[in-house]
Ligand binder design. Structure first.
Ligand SMILES: O=C(O)c1cc(C(=O)O)c2c(n1)C(=O)C(=O)c1cc(C(=O)O)[nH]c1-2
Length: 271
């Protein structure tokens, strides 16, 4: 009997709507736990522990994230029901794509890959991407395309935590690497003001539009999903370029790096 009652109590609390401030508190707690600021690759990057080719690999792979953001925002824009919402979301696309006069984030990211000595045509061809990068980024674009508008908006909320990671990354990289400069890292400067603006809107939206406990859970799950896909991108980089150093066939390798074992074997006639 008492067991049944406690099951009922659990059921009742699961269906209780959280006050919006409590939803926000839980969202922030998800970031505290799961954001990629805790990933070992991030610590190596800003701590100056990576070689230039490893930093090049990061920039090359992350280009795909940057280039895909406006595509995911455009697919959401098409589903937004009011001019006010569309105007807000359109601003994000301009932030990334530029307006034809002022460069946007994608172009600024290419300044970073240029500055690191990567060939622009090769970067934008996406030929050197890690499979893990491709799958993680595509999962984000598809999530936004196929889930509810509420979940799609919620999945952008990792930006609540991005000013911290960006500040740490930029300060650390400028201090620790002689091959980067303020100019090559200029991508990040506008993000420090754009991200909080994006977040103000997205957070207010989910707090207002998650009207059932189930929807609030969906919002939290969307943020977990997004944290995971950012994490998975750094996992892929770490596995390929730090340890154990298994670069997948076809993925970018530093000039002069050893070819894959299979290629070496076949070159000397070993089956
Ligand atoms: O540097 C970072 O670690 C980082 C993280 C994130 C994020 O948390 O999703 C974004 C960005 N940067 C970023 O530059 C950016 O334009 C961006 C857009 C979005 C989004 O989900 O719409 N996230 C992020």
């Amino acid at each position: 009997m008492s067991e049944e009652m406690s099951a009922d109590a659990v059921q009742a609390s699961a269906s209780d709507l959280l006050p919006p401030e409590e939803l926000e508190r839980r969202l922030r707690a998800i970031g505290e736990e799961r954001y990629h600021i805790h990933h070992p690759f991030h610590h190596l990057l800003h701590g100056g522990k990576l070689t230039k080719p490893q930093v090049q690999a990061w920039a090359l792979n992350r280009y795909y994230y940057q280039a895909s953001i406006p595509a995911k925002d455009a697919s959401l824009l098409a589903r937004l029901p009011t001019p006010e919402l569309r105007r807000e979301w359109r601003r994000r696309i301009v932030d990334h794509d530029g307006d034809g006069v002022h460069p946007g984030g994608v172009e600024r990211w290419l300044k970073l890959t240029d500055g690191l000595g990567l060939d622009r045509d090769y970067v934008t061809s996406l030929r050197g991407l890690l499979p893990g990068t491709r799958y993680a980024v595509d999962a984000y674009v598809n999530f936004v395309r196929y889930r509810s508008v509420l979940e799609a908006v919620a999945s952008s909320l990792t930006e609540m935590f991005s000013p911290n990671i960006i500040s740490q990354r930029v300060a650390g990289m400028l201090r620790n690497y002689d091959f980067v400069s303020e100019e090559t890292l200029a991508y990040f400067t506008p993000r420090l003001t754009q991200a909080p603006q994006d977040v103000r809107f997205a957070l207010a939206y989910v707090k207002e539009h998650a009207r059932t406990r189930e929807q609030q859970e969906q919002v939290m799950d969307a943020l977990r999903f997004k944290c995971d896909l950012l994490w998975a991108q750094l996992d892929a980089l770490h596995h390929a370029y730090v340890a154990p150093g298994h670069v997948p066939p076809g993925a970018w390798r530093a000039a002069g790096a050893a070819p894959p074992a299979a290629a070496t074997a076949s070159a000397v006639g070993v089956p």
